[in-house]
Design a protein around this ligand. Structure first.
Ligand code: ZN
Length: 427
């Protein structure tokens, strides 16, 4: 009941009645798109890029528009009176539904164009909150009145929410524009979590390359007080089958440990967070949605809470860690121990091969960008994360105490991990 209360409170705070309904209806990860996160609470990876973005996303429209875009001559040589554009206008505009409504801009530097094409002349730019009268609508373009004339803007950047309502629907934190997701006490295994008042944040990719997949990026450690609370190692209460930070044979372990300290004095949790942020941006740019477990030094979510959030809100779960050796031995993932009883225990039994597939692909991605790999890229470990995971899930150790953790090194790791995610979902 305690979890349930916390969860309901979190939902109330985030203003998510529809979320509540969806979740109560047993709506799980595949359905997350039905959860109407307010537009303003979803951070676009592209917003800052202005025009380039619009060029990308506007390609989403009709096949007529796509064909037009595929014509290279049109890209560079189009002029106001060109026959190509006349054709676009003729073919696209009549497909619009007639509207007479007020809409608001939900983007920055949104181009206002003379015809429904991203190659058409722009007669001005609008910013978030700008009010417009919409007279025509299609999925890709809206006809609006701008300075007393009919113009066109990309439909996806318009909303019927007035700026005031957008403000009301905004999430609690000022540092993040993401949609906050708390632990739902009804989710399977949620009751095993002891620390779960924190919130993960869901980011949605925008653009025409959306993958429709949510990647949970879990920056290892970073839960104040987590090491003094114990949680059950396995959902069935059996003891751990391998050693590690908790010895084999134990039935409980630290709810979440504080992590190691690099040879240069930097805390592991600082570096895993920095890498998680790098990876988030790269995944969003590649069209993946991202569930960020942690975005600051402390999130009150233990390993079980993080895992259950990933189980229910993501299509895979990547926990980022550095190992506690001092050899710069290279990257590897924690594989599922080849112990019959462990591999027979649910949810491990049904999912361990998926965990390995994810781990193998991440290692392949890292290897592909030249990251040093330890041994064959894996090490058997009985982890709380794996013991409760129902989506493909790995703890990846991208280095150790002696590894370079400069911005350049993190960028390279981010590329390798993002490549690995692409490989995983492509296979
Ligand atoms: Zn770690």
């Amino acid at each position: 009941m305690n979890h349930m209360k916390k969860w309901k409170k979190a939902l109330a705070l985030t203003g998510g009645m529809a979320v509540l309904t969806a979740v109560l209806a047993g709506c799980q990860m595949k359905k997350y798109e039905e959860i109407p996160l307010p537009e303003t609470t979803v951070k676009s990876s592209y917003e800052a890029e202005g025009n380039a973005v619009e060029e990308e996303t506007e390609k989403k429209g009709s096949s007529v528009e796509r064909e037009t875009f595929a014509n290279p001559a049109n890209q560079s040589h189009e002029v106001e009176s060109s026959p190509v554009k006349a054709e676009i206008t003729k073919e696209t505009a009549p497909a619009m539904e007639t509207r007479d409504e007020t809409v608001y801009v939900n983007a920055t530097d949104l181009n206002v164009r003379v015809s429904p094409s991203s190659t058409a002349s722009s007669v001005g730019k609008l910013n978030r909150g700008a009010k417009l009268r919409r007279t025509g609508y299609s999925q890709s373009w809206s006809r609006v009145i701008y300075q007393d004339r009919e113009c066109y803007v990309a439909s996806q950047y318009l909303t019927d929410l007035a700026p005031a309502s957008q403000e009301t629907a905004a999430p609690l934190t000022s540092s993040s524009q993401g949609g906050e997701i708390g632990l739902n006490g009804d989710w399977k295994y949620a009751g095993y979590s002891k620390i779960n008042s924190g919130k993960a944040v869901l980011y949605k990719a925008e653009g025409n390359n959306r993958k429709g997949k949510v990647v949970c990026v879990n920056a290892g450690h970073g839960t104040t007080g987590g090491s003094s609370v114990k949680t059950q190692c396995h959902p069935d209460g059996t003891p751990k089958v391998t050693g590690g930070s908790t010895a084999a044979g134990a039935t409980t372990a630290a709810a979440i440990s504080s992590g190691m300290t690099f040879a240069d004095g930097t805390q592991e949790a600082k570096v895993t967070l920095a890498l998680a942020k790098v990876l988030k941006d790269k995944l969003l740019a590649r069209g993946f949605d991202v569930l960020m477990i942690r975005e600051s030094d402390d999130v009150q979510l233990d390993n079980i809470a993080r895992t259950v959030l990933a189980n229910n809100m993501a299509d895979c779960h990547i926990a980022i860690h550095y190992d506690s050796t001092s050899k710069d031995k290279g990257a590897f993932y924690m594989s599922v121990p080849n112990v019959a009883s462990y591999r027979a225990m649910e949810p491990v039994a049904s999912h361990w091969q998926q965990h390995h597939a994810l781990g193998d692909n991440l290692i392949a991605g890292l290897k592909g960008v030249g990251v040093k790999i330890f041994s064959d890229g894996k090490m058997e470990m009985d982890l709380t994360q794996t013991s409760y995971s129902t989506v493909p899930s790995v703890d990846i150790e991208v280095g150790d105490k002696a590894s370079d953790h400069s911005a350049a090194a993190l960028d390279k790791l981010g590329n390798g991990l993002a490549d690995g995610v692409e490989l995983f979902f492509a296979n």
